[in-house]
Design a protein around this ligand. Sequence first.
Ligand code: CMP
Length: 140
Amino acid sequence: MAVTRTFSIIKPDATRRNLTGAVTKMLEEAGLRVIASRRIRMTRDQAEGFYAVHKERPFFNDLCTFMTSGPVVVQVLEGENAVLRNREVMGATNPAQADEGTIRKAYAESIEANSVHGSDSDENARIEIDFFFKPEEIVG
Ligand code: CMP
């Protein structure tokens, strides 16, 4: 299996509860390596640009408000089949449907405040990594 990269966000509900370390530990225990990490307060423009694919969805405005409501930690993760591995350890988008042992089962508060974001494909991982990181900020 190929070593690939994915993009992760630890969301405001998790940073507010001081869970950055706990979430990162679960990512690392799933075999993912944090090769770039930055704590930021997302601007409204960044949130709207990052989630542009959802702009017609009814939850778009609330999602952007939530993602700018506090600090987030943007990360690049590397590992074997990183996109899939990260999605497995994150669990289902809706925590009510997330499996035991996943980050969202353990920590998510709701479908919106669901603690983590992860890319859904290798192509989107590249786009999302480029959105937040310069190549020299990623040290694999
Ligand atoms: P994320 O992986 O960051 O991508 C889009 C986000 O929209 C998703 O996680 C959820 O947190 C959020 N969201 C809010 N409401 C909904 C909804 N009804 N259906 C899907 N995603 C939602």
